[in-house]
Design a protein around this ligand. Sequence first.
Ligand SMILES: Nc1ncnc2c1ncn2[C@@H]1O[C@H](COP(=O)(O)OP(=O)(O)OP(=O)(O)O)[C@@H](O)[C@H]1O
Ligand SMILES: [Mg+2]
Length: 285
Amino acid sequence: MAIQHPGGTPAAPLLEVDGVTLAFGGVKALTGVSFDVQPGSITAVIGPNGAGKTSLFNTISGFYRPTGGSIRFKGEDITRIPAPQRARMGLGRSFQNIALFRGMTVLDNIKLGRHAHLKANVFDALFYLGRARREEAELRRDIEERIIDFLEIDHIRHAPVSALSYGLQKRVEMARALAMQPEILMLDEPVAGMNREETEDMARFILDVRAEWGVTVLMVEHDMGMVMDLSDHVVVLNFGQVIAQGTPAVVQADPEVNRAYLGSGDVGDLRRKLQAGATSAQGAA
Ligand SMILES: Nc1ncnc2c1ncn2[C@@H]1O[C@H](COP(=O)(O)OP(=O)(O)OP(=O)(O)O)[C@@H](O)[C@H]1O
Ligand SMILES: [Mg+2]
């Protein structure tokens, strides 16, 4: 559903995924996937294991080239634009399996996020000396400090990533993605493997990222309680196709969504989570 400006005109989508198809050899990972991400929204992609969620993220961020369809970001067709350039345009992401440099400190990992904004070539760099560069360095430090403060990781800034709990590593990964100053933050299973407390912390950070930093969030997540509590829009994938999308309440009531999870074998658990999520979402409203 389009977010309405006060004047009543619907806002243009920040991201438009239009008929995206992706095949690995004979395996079709995605078939005609279409959905929009509205600016300022939290949009979740859910679906059983192997549904194509990570493949979709890889296609949006430019690691995979779709075999059909198109992706538009801020109105511009980015389907053929390489991944690093998409990151510079404001598509920031984290990975399903932590992709931090384990031997490096938290701070150094966060600093890596800035590489998305480094000048593209040496010629540019030669003209980029002196005052402007100093100012940029200060600005960068300021941003990094704000992120460290915001994610409450000051106490571990000099710790090697390998020494941290899984939950903290996921938080550092989010910090690095934020250091790219994204307009859309893409999170692939931000709370997977976390305990209840870590999950609640992460949920709070995701809400705060939007509220305080104005960042739009697109996430893949299996934790249904969290999805239903946080999301404005939910896209359900099954076997590479969108089988339902809408508000959490609409998706939760969709018979095909329930059937898809039936097929995955753990419907009892999922249904309980969907129910619990919907109840707490209503409670919060
Ligand atoms: N690089 C690849 N090469 C070949 N097949 C792949 C590749 N990446 C994904 N696939 C296949 O594409 C399909 C979708 O996988 P994907 O990882 O996108 O699912 P997912 O929804 O993220 O699952 P999960 O919930 O387990 O993370 C699967 O059949 C998978 O085996
Ligand atoms: Mg995945």
